[in-house]
Structures are given as structure tokens and as C-alpha cells.
Design a protein around this ligand. Sequence first.
Ligand SMILES: [Zn+2]
Ligand SMILES: [Zn+2]
Length: 806
Amino acid sequence: MSTSRYDPAAIETKWRRRWEETGVYDVDVHGVKRPFYNLMMFPYPSAEGLHIGNVFAFTGADIHGRFQAMQGNDVFEPFGYDAFGIHSENFALKQDIHPMTLIPSNIERFREQMRRLGTRIAWRHEVATTDPGYYRWTQWVFVQLFKHGLAEKRKAPVNWCPSCKTVLADEQVIAGRCERCSSEITQRNLEQWFLKITKFTERLLNDLDWIDWSDVIKTAQRNWIGRSEGLETTFPIEGHGASIGFFTTRPDTIFGVTFMVLAPEHPLVAQISTAKQRAEVERYVEQASHKTAIDRQTMERTGVFTGAYATNTLSGERVPIWVADYVLMTYGTGAIMAVPAHDERDFDFARRYGLPVQVVVAPPGWPGGELGEAYTGHGVLVRSGRYDGMDSQAAAQAIIEQLEDERTGERRVTYRLRDWLISRQRYWGTPIPIVYCDSCGTLPVPEDQLPVVLPYVEEFRPTGTDQSPLALVESFVHTTCPSCGAAARRETDVCDTFLDSSWYYLRYPSTEFDDRPFDPELTKKWLPVHMYIGGKEHAVLHLLYSRFITMALHDMGHLGFEEPFQRFRAHGVLVLRGAKISKSRGNIVNPDDFYDSHGADTLRAYLMFAGRYEEGGDFSDEGIEGVSRFLHRVWALVQRYRAQGVDAEVTLETQRTMHRTIKRVGHDIPELKYNTAIAALMEYVNELQRRPALHGDEVRALLLLLAPFSPYITEELWEQTGGAYSIHNQAWPAYDEGLAKAREVAVAVQIDGKTRDVLQVEAGSDEASVVELARGSAKVQRHLDGKQVARTIYVPDKMLSFVTKS
Ligand SMILES: [Zn+2]
Ligand SMILES: [Zn+2]
């Protein structure tokens, strides 16, 4: 091989082969001493292969793993494929290729692309969720949940995607649309399997206070869990024995209730509607039943009066009871107190139907009179009986206490989080391991009979009915009861793909075992995961579900920890020339093109240089050329050093540069500030280029610091300069704090020609920072007191002079 020219294709092929032959990234999961589990989110293997956004995410995680390995840790960096699910199946449908044919070839392609990227994946531990050897244990997880009362089939109004022809979890509905295909969601009332994540609500919320995760994810989970504290109480209905129960987070506004609203499905509606109003109410309820929950929340608010009245227990006032479909039966009690002065929805509704608006929390500076819009802030109470003049937050507490004393109300904490709906009326998923027997009821498939294998079905299209295509496969449906042996039927829905991914990190270390999902010893050794890096889009999906499954398995005694990921960091999103990268925009970037044209090393370093990793970057062709030139310069520099024969003399100045660079790069990498680490390396190379000759230490430091970013070129140059194989097993270079410190110089500060202070500043500091330092000096301040500076003169590294107005 020619050493005069940097040829990425040749060296990347060479080293990839060598790494694989020597198993340099294999980990002895049983034997190692300093385990470090470096996890990245496994992808959906689509046929287009890895897109540049995946490459951005995985490169950042891989750099972290490589850095940890050079710190002396035994890094385990596994990879796999989240290959079941609607995403993969929709693609198979579009291509008209059976998923059992399509998915293995997609996996093949992903694997090859990850290999070319130069990741330090422990390939022996690869998993695919579609492998019966994997989903057997997904079914095992389901069976454990069932046995512990955490999986339950029940009828509920659920989200239905008319295009994917399946139900979806609340978490998969984004602004009323399907997370996968963006179709508008409708509602169906179906019997479905739910996992009881709500049993863990408070723990899921409280642990967020201590887990070391990106704030953006913790905030998203807090909001999704949606804790709110308020009052639960009832208002009696005139002329009926019944009363309306409701919950409010604003008990301070209770004197401002001017009407009550029931959801159209509320059982009281039929009971209390007066003879005069009944026909109109029935017509309204019937119309509402055709609307989706989303329509009901977003369309014009309509309603109808029931003819009945309730009594406000605090004010004693009589308030009309309305039916309106903006109130949903699935949230809370299906009834609300309406306070139009202090709630936007109620305000709109009151305007439309001419209902009174009564201000009870005075906005700051309110002159009295009518409001142009609802005032939802806090303030001082008015027209609220004995609470007049009280601050609204204090009044809320006092009102709760009053009703608690009177035993007519209670302080209640409510959460937004609902149970996780996991049934899918699709083909491409893990079959739910349940059998229905006429005499024995609903039974889990015995563990020794798992997996329930997903059969090959020619007609795998979703049926659009309430049933999965598996329901049409007689040989699958008919089975025998595991308890009494009579004829029985299998559940034919499959699991949400998020169940497959909710536990995969438990499987990786234990892939060698066929007889257990995860080995207790290995699990103890490797988990919880030390570092997990992934996208924010999974904040309330995968990341919340994984925490729930871990907690549940912990409580059952299968795990010694209840939080699966010690650290989680969310990476940013890569854009292309400022635009979101997506298929619909037709601006998909294929990493293969860059492997061929520039090499994986350049692509990796460029992606990390394009922006702060946790914020994202902007991909441009010019940018990648710049990084390509940088690696060519590194190559040329090392060739020059090799030609030199003897090492250059070491001076204090050359030492300083090297130690400073080691310090900077070593500080930036663990904080995922990869862009500034690369910038430091570029500065370092610029400086080395100016030198007439180099020292071996300087060259070796450069290669070691660059190794996590560009693993191939550094391995090659390491070998060329006589380093022991492999550079990726070398220790991270150490630095001397004294030498790493910036060189300081003394700068005299003069005022009108007289030296008043001498500052120690970092060599090369600019005028603005020295002026700021000088202005902070007490001596300078004393002599500048009362004077105006007319002119400032700065001689870098020597003198700062203020000339004042005389
Ligand atoms: Zn859909
Ligand atoms: Zn039976």
C-alpha cells in the first residue's frame, strides 16, 4: 500500500477486515473487570437502509464508547433491530414484498452500513425483535405482567388509525394524528389489551428527580404523566336525588361557576333532561357519537341545555346544566364546572349561548366591568363570599379545606397518564400469548410452550375490521386449552412494537442463553446501562415504557434495579441546509455515497463537527469538504514526521500546546461537545503544520485524540508510526495541569499615562476581555471614578491604556 497518499477506501477496507479477524471489539461479557454498557437506540430496519440521521446518532454514541474504552473501561456496545411493527409492515405493503422476505434483507443492509461506519459494535450480541428466539422472551415478559395483574383486556374507547387499520396507544397519537403515517385518528370502542403503567405513575414521576437524564426528556415525561392537584366535589341536582361529581384544578374560581357541562355519554344526561328539552338533547348526543375525540376538542364548541339545574354548594346559586361534546367521558368524571370568566373554552361557550360571565379572580389593575377574554391567571378574589380579598392560590387551599371539613369535597391528585394499549390489529408483530377457553377463561400460554410463533401468512394485509389478519388463519386460531385440554382459541392481535423494544437492553448481554431472557449474573454485572444515547422523539414512548417494564420486573424480583438507564442523553436533529431531512422533501442523504466518495472517517468527523451533538447540525457538501481536507492534512503531517527520521526537540511551548489540546479534547468528549473537540484538534494540526519538525509524542497524542472520531485513519497512521495494535485499546493520553494551563502574561493598565494596576491575563487575550478585567479592578475603578474614558489603547499581551476626557 502506498503511504504517500491518503486513500480512505483502501485503509477502511483493510482495517475493517483486521478488526473483525482479531475481534478487537468483542467483549468477554463474563470476564471483564470494568464493565461499561454503552447503548444506542436500535433502529427500525427499513429498506432504504440507514439514513444520515441514524448515522449522526450512532456516530455520537460510538465516539462516547470509544472514549470510555480508552479510559480503561470494558465497553460493551451492542446493536440490534426493532424489526417488528407498523413501520416495517407498512413499507412491506408498499413494496408488495412479504415482511418475512423483506426484513431479513433490510437487516443485512443495515448491518453492512454499520460495519462500514466503523462502529465498535459487539456483533456477537446482535438481536432482532422478529427472531423467535427473541420474541419468545417478549411473550415471556407479557406473561409475567399478566400473572401479576399488570396486563388486562378491557373495553374502552381507543384511538384508531384508519390508514394503518389498527388501534394505537395515546403516546402514538401526535396532535390528533398517527405517529407513523400522519393520518387523522378516529375513535372506536373496542376490547383491547392494556398494560397497567398507571400503577407506577408516582414512581415514574418521582424517579425523574434523581435519574441523570437530559432535562428535555425529563420535562417531556413530567408533562406526559401530567400530575395536577385540585378539588373533587359534587353539586346536587335540583329535583333529583343525584348530584354531579367533578374535579377542578382551580377551586379558587368556584364562586364564578355559571353553568355545568356534562359529556354527551354521561349517564346523568338521559336521567335529568326535562321533557321539553329531551328531543333536542337526544339529537345532540346522537350527532356527537359520530365525531372523533379530536374533532370534539378542536371544532366549534356546541352544546344543548338539559333543562335541569344544579346548586353551587359554595355560593348557593342555581346553575343550568348543559351537554357539550368538548367534554370527554374518558378524562376525569365526564363533567366540569364551567367558569367562563377564568377558562378560555368556557368563555367561548358562554359567549355563543349567552350564558353569564362572572369575574371572581380580579386581574391585576382590573377596573371592573366585562372581560374581553377569559382571565386565567392568579389574582385577588372578588364576589367570593368570605374569601373576598384573599390571594387566589391561598383561597384555593382554603376552599379545599372548607369542603374537606364539611365532608363534601376532597383534595385529589390526578394524572394524565393512561394505561398503555398494546393490542394491534396487524400481522407483523409478536403474537399476544393468550388462549381463550370456554370453561377456563383467559389463560396465558405456559412458559415452556413459548414462543407462540407468528405463522407465515400470504394475505398479511390489515383487514380493517377489529381483527388482525391472524384471525383468518384457522391453524393459528385453533389450539387446545393449556389447563383442561379442550378446544380453545388463541388471541389473534399482536403486540405494539414498543413492547419489543421495552426490554431489549436486558437481552443484549445474555444473547448466548436460549433458556432465559436475561441471565441474573450478567444482568447484575452490566446493568443498569451506563450510558444511553438516543432521540428525543422517544421521550414518552420507548423511554417511558422501558422504565415501566423495568420497574415491573424489579418488583417481581427479576431485576435488582428499577431504573434501566443510569445516564441518558438526547442527541439533536440533523438538518440539510436548514431543512428537515425527510422522504417527502426528497432530500434523503444516503451514507453509502459518502463512504465511497470521502470515507466513513470523514463522514463521522464531519457529522460531529456540523453542530453541537445535543442540539443537532446542518449537513452541507461544502462542510464535508473542509473536514476531508483536515484528514488529508493529518495524513500529510504524519508522513512528514515519518520522513523526518529523528524527533524534534521538545520545548516548553510545544509541550504546552500538546497538553492543552489533550485537556480540551478530554473535557469535551464526555460532555458530548464533539464539535469543539474537533475544533481543538484542527487548531492543534494547524500549529503542528507550522513547525519545522515534530516530536513523536505530539504525533501520537494527535492520533489518540482523533481515534474516537475517525477510527480507520488513526489506526493506519498508528501502525505506520510503529504503535502497537490496536490504537483503540490504548490508554487516553494524560496531561500535565501546569503545562495545560494557558500561558499568562502581565498587562499594565494605565490611566492617562500612569500605571495603576498590572493584570495577569491569558496570552493572546483580546481587547474586550482585558478591558472587562481592568474595569473589575478596584485600583482601576478608584482612578477612573467620576471620569469619562475618551479613548482606549491596547497593545496585546503588554499594555492597556485609558485616556480620559479632561
Ligand atoms: Zn397510521
Ligand atoms: Zn380450559
